[in-house]
Design a protein around this ligand. Structure first.
Ligand code: NAD
Length: 264
């Protein structure tokens, strides 16, 4: 299927590896010129080169911490200078730390808010004028299944990320007259470095158990019986960015092998 994305320009955040990288790669393979941002300049540049080589699309690396407003302004400005337009924004960031209520002080809550909600708000504010100028746009937020069903030991995600869903649903009707759609994608358990950060996995790794074995218990409650692959999420991001997805807005779609049991 031709997704009708040739000549479009995307900004994909937190894309040096994992789900951001997979999203950037899926878009680049559809002929989209992509700017990717993450904090680690060296890794980011290497990722941009790798995606650029396999896709033959232009991939620009702009180092960026999504919690620094000045970095966000720079990455949007650089994208406009280099590509002259901006059609697609993929909001993504590192996940907040694992832990329970007693382990988090005000600073931890503030950091999670800035990382996983305020960065999204700021980026949307920065890209809107350019999307309006282009006659429309696509905003895709990578969140978590925690917005559908709280995850044990992930209190910050369970509390802060639903704010992104509320924001997206509200903006879906505010931005519809501008032909801008906004949707959320919820990874379940997708095999990236993030999955190795959980406390129980870290305990097993510390005992010398291999990563594969440490993660083996994580597939038992997944109906499809396995962890997801980053490209399985990237494919949905590319589809939501496409012209075929023009009538989809305000939705929150899991990519989780059937893990979440809720009806909505
Ligand atoms: P990952 O650890 O593989 O990649 C995280 C990326 O975020 C890296 O590129 C890193 O450099 C970047 N990053 C971190 N903090 C940043 C910051 N302040 N500014 C800019 N870039 C930053 O993780 P992932 O699996 O790709 O996860 C992406 C998002 O999806 C995270 O928010 C994660 O919590 C969420 N998520 C992942 C899963 C999963 O199964 N992998 C499940 C649910 C939610």
């Amino acid at each position: 299927m031709d997704l009708g994305l040739q000549g479009k320009v995307a900004l994909v955040m937190a894309a040096s590896k994992g789900l951001g990288r997979a999203s950037a790669s899926a878009l680049a393979h559809e002929g989209v010129s992509v700017t990717i941002g993450a904090r680690d300049s060296e890794k980011l540049t290497q990722t941009a080169q790798e995606i650029g080589k396999t896709s033959e699309s232009r991939v620009l690396a702009v180092p960026c911490d999504v919690t620094h407003p000045e970095d966000l302004a720079t990455i949007v400005e650089t994208t406009m200078q280099e590509f002259g337009r901006l059609d697609i924004l993929v909001n993504n960031a590192g996940g907040p730390p694992f832990g329970y209520f007693d382990s988090f002080d005000d600073e931890a809550w503030q950091q999670a808010f800035e990382l996983n909600l305020l960065s999204t708000i700021r980026l949307i504010r920065l890209v809107l004028p350019h999307m309006r100028q282009a006659g429309g746009g696509r905003i895709i937020n990578i969140v978590s299944t925690s917005v559908k069903q709280p995850i044990d030991g992930l209190l910050l995600s369970n509390t802060i990320r639903p704010g992104v869903v509320g924001l997206a649903k509200s903006l879906s009707f505010e931005l519809a007259p501008d032909n801008i759609t906004i949707n959320n994608v919820c990874p379940g358990r997708i095999l990236t470095d993030r999955l190795l950060q959980g406390a129980s996995v870290q305990e097993k790794l510390a005992q010398g158990i291999s990563a594969e074995e440490a993660l083996s218990g994580q597939t038992k409650d997944i109906p499809l019986g396995r962890l997801g692959k980053p490209e399985e999420l990237g494919a949905l991001v590319a589809f939501l960015a496409s012209s075929q997805a023009s009538y989809i807005t305000g939705t929150t779609i899991p990519v989780d092998g059937g893990l979440v049991r809720s009806l909505l």
